[in-house]
Design a binder for this molecule. Structure first.
Ligand SMILES: Cc1cc2nc3c(=O)[nH]c(=O)nc-3n(C[C@H](O)[C@H](O)[C@H](O)COP(=O)(O)O)c2cc1C
Length: 315
């Protein structure tokens, strides 16, 4: 049976994201995949309302569907998206990060968190592959969080990102058509997706530039100073995406590199085991609040002061 590959974009119609995504999907189709593509602009999508019914349920071992499941098109898309062998996401960069439409769609993935749902036995494990394309008018400097935010929203559903590409300096509609090398790179994403799909799931690896980014684990290009985490785990430096922990070291040729500590992948967010720790954290911090009458009483006593304060809004 042919592999199923889907393209999901949030870019303008007939513009840069759509063109690069189609180029990547063409490669998949040429290599035998059954391909489909949607633009999120064609669907009604509501913002996550923060009800936390999904995570409260999951932290208590229950599968509680998204409270918006019947209110918009998210669930309709998810039923198809989660049935794919691979998805290629293409998002326009707005203010250094993926556009709000892309993020709005992806933040709703929490209700479908595959690590949490497999952990409580609500869904079977499924191996999925992803490719990411970020498109912006500027250079990397002005797309500094684009791919990283896309990575962070794809690990929620256990997509293994095997390649990602930042198309730079294409601000005008369809301007990317002036750059054959960008089209070729998008095509290569499709080829790499198919290569990964034709590899046993436990053998699938990163297929982009091996030196891309700071993090040798997820290839994100963003690190931060570590702070004590839930349970006390503390690394000097962390990858902001996968959470790999370690430190910076100077190489013989005087360059800095991020070296992952021996326990640095304990909470690797790209794995279901690593994200499962976060499910335990939610059960402790959120569940520990709801199951503690004393804490709930204190909040109920302190809340009225803030509810009563009404500063002027707009006329
Ligand atoms: C509101 C807005 C914010 C933008 N911010 C950035 C930015 O921070 N960095 C950047 O490189 N491009 C930025 N752009 C340019 C778009 O990323 C660029 O036009 C891109 O080609 C859009 O992709 P599309 O043609 O597929 O829609 C911005 C565009 C808009 C409309």
């Amino acid at each position: 049976m042919a592999f199923k590959v889907m393209g999901i974009t949030a870019g303008r119609k007939d513009s840069n994201c759509e063109i690069l995504l189609k180029e990547a999907l063409l490669a998949c189709q040429e290599m035998g995949a059954e391909v489909q593509m949607i633009n999120l602009k064609d669907y009604e999508l509501l913002d996550c309302n923060g009800c936390t019914a999904c995570t409260m349920g999951m932290s208590m071992g229950k599968h509680v569907p998204c409270s918006l499941e019947t209110k918009d098109d998210k669930h309709k898309i998810m039923k198809v998206m989660l049935d794919q062998d691979a998805v290629i996401f293409a998002a326009p960069t707005y203010d250094l990060m993926p556009s709000s439409l892309f993020l709005k769609f992806m933040h709703r993935n929490l209700a479908y968190e595959s690590a949490f749902l497999t952990k409580i036995g609500a869904i079977p494990h499924k191996d999925r592959v992803a490719g990411l394309i970020a498109v912006g008018g500027s250079t990397r400097a002005w797309q500094s969080m684009a791919l990283e935010c896309m990575q962070a929203t794809t690990f929620t559903n256990s997509f293994k990102v095997v390649d990602m590409y930042m198309a730079t300096q294409v601000p005008a509609p369809a301007q990317v058509l002036l750059h054959q090398e960008k089209l070729d790179r998008a095509h290569e994403i499709g080829v790499n997706i198919m290569y990964a799909l034709n590899t046993e799931p436990d053998q699938r690896k990163w297929l982009g530039d091996p030196d891309y980014g700071w993090c040798p684990n997820c290839h994100s290009n963003a690190l931060c100073l570590g702070e004590p985490q839930w349970g006390g785990l503390h690394y000097p430096i962390e990858c902001v995406v996968c959470g790999a922990g370690g430190d910076l070291e100077k190489t013989e040729d005087g360059k800095w590199r991020f070296v992952i500590a021996s326990n640095g992948l304990e909470r690797d967010r790209t794995t279901e085991e690593g994200r499962g720790v976060h499910c335990d954290e939610i059960a402790d911090t959120q569940g520990g609040f709801f199951s503690n009458p004393e804490k709930r009483k204190l909040v109920a006593e302190r809340l009225p002061k803030y509810k009563e304060i009404q500063f002027p809004g707009l006329d």
